[in-house]
Design a protein around this ligand. Structure first.
Ligand code: HEC
Ligand code: HEC
Length: 326
């Protein structure tokens, strides 16, 4: 395996945040590695308890989790549309607009950092936000546990699997389900596993450019992202002259450290061709433009139109069959 270790990345790109060195970006399961590339294929299967996954599946699409019993997780993370709703920023009827673009729920188990701000390290902890946010479920965990305990549909299932309904068990069921929402089998993954004709010449050149131009110093691993924290605007100030909103401050909103201003979790590029609009605020409509902005602001090396085309073609090979996700 190539030394795509955090330290190698730091060495190559002195700008990379030092926290990178503390993150485990290794493979997630023991499947033999079929690739020595900076990008790893999504495992075909992930060992999970099928009963927990099934329970989480029911909860994910049940309005019992919302105060008015009118919202499910699927409202903003619909599966047909790539695991997100396609709005620049989601808004439920009668409620406030969310501060950031809704990311895809697919392959989320392979991201080591969650949220645009990178503030969460686990799916279990992340659940705080959708459950308690007044603009999402607007619930407390105590209320969720109360409803599930009183439910003839859920209480026996929790009892059978966990022995009881509890906040921790609820978080565990949802997180297990989320870890099952994976989209293996993208053409690019088939290429990584040795099927050389799974991608065409342009797509392959796009991949080479993605590496040689420097994109893969940040977007790498199983999710082609999801495991580093980085400033948006490393080599050119992206926010200069723009009206700054709270969400533009990134990790700073959590730590209040000046050095964390505009630092974001590097997003996954899995299925990225399907998940427009782009960036934390959903401000960019096309993949083409997102790629050009990245080259200019993150790498200080603008791309020629033909180069952009090739990289976009490569990114298209990261799209998987979404119907396999249930
Ligand atoms: C009203 C829209 C909305 C609903 C409903 C919603 N989410 Fe989200 N979800 C978001 C937004 C927006 C984010 C990004 C938040 C951020 O980065 O600050 C997000 C992020 C996530 C993430 C992290 C993704 C990542 O890559 O960082 C997970 C996991 C998640 N949601 C799960 C859920 C679950 C489980 C439910 C149901 C209990 C749910 N969501 C309901 C809008 C929604
Ligand atoms: C220094 C790290 C870094 C480098 C290098 C980098 N990116 Fe990014 N990328 C990011 C961050 C951080 C974001 C999130 C920006 C935001 O919060 O709005 C991002 C966002 C994106 C997005 C939008 C994803 C979405 O779902 O909204 C795409 C597409 C993308 N990058 C592609 C590329 C390409 C192609 C290259 C090379 C030309 C590249 N990136 C180089 C860090 C990087």
């Amino acid at each position: 395996m190539k030394p795509w270790l955090p330290l190698a990345i730091v060495g190559l790109w002195g700008c990379v945040d030092e926290r990178v060195a503390q993150l485990d970006v290794g493979p997630v399961e023991s499947e033999p590695l079929l690739s020595d590339e900076v990008i790893l294929p999504i495992p075909e299967t992930v060992p999970l308890d099928a009963r927990k996954v099934d329970l989480g599946r029911r909860l994910f699409r049940d309005p019992i989790l919302s105060r008015e019993r009118d919202t499910t997780c699927l409202n903003c993370h619909p599966f047909a549309a790539g695991g997100m709703d396609g709005a620049p920023r989601s808004q439920l009827p009668g409620r406030g607009k969310l501060g950031v673009n809704t990311p895809t729920i697919f392959n989320v188990g392979f991201s080591f950092k969650l949220h645009w701000s990178g503030r969460f390290d686990s799916l279990e902890a992340q659940l705080d936000v959708p459950i308690m946010s007044p603009n999402v479920m607007n619930m407390t965990f105590a209320e969720v546990v109360e409803r599930l305990t009183a439910s003839p549909e859920y209480a026996p299932t929790f009892n059978a699997i966990y022995g009881a309904v509890s906040e921790a068990n609820f978080r565990d069921a949802i997180a297990n389900y989320e870890r099952s929402l994976n989209t293996p089998g993208a053409r690019f993954d088939r290429f990584l596993r040795g099927q050389t004709n799974a991608i065409n010449d342009d797509e392959r050149r796009g991949f080479e450019l993605f590496k040689s131009h420097g994109c893969s110093s940040c977007h790498q691993g199983v999710n082609v992202g999801g495991n580093l924290l980085q400033r948006f605007g490393v080599l050119k100030d992206y926010f200069a002259g723009r009206t700054i909103e709270e969400a533009d401050l990134g990790l700073y909103t959590v730590t209040k450290l000046e050095s964390d201003k505009h630092v974001f979790r590097v997003p996954s590029l899995r299925n990225v061709a399907l998940t427009a609009p782009y960036f934390h605020n959903g401000s960019v409509q096309t993949l083409d433009e997102a790629v050009r902005i990245m080259a200019e602001y993150q790498l200080g090396r603008p791309l020629a139109a033909e180069q952009t085309r090739l990289i976009v073609a490569f990114l298209g090979t990261l799209t998987s069959d979404l119907e396999q996700v249930q």
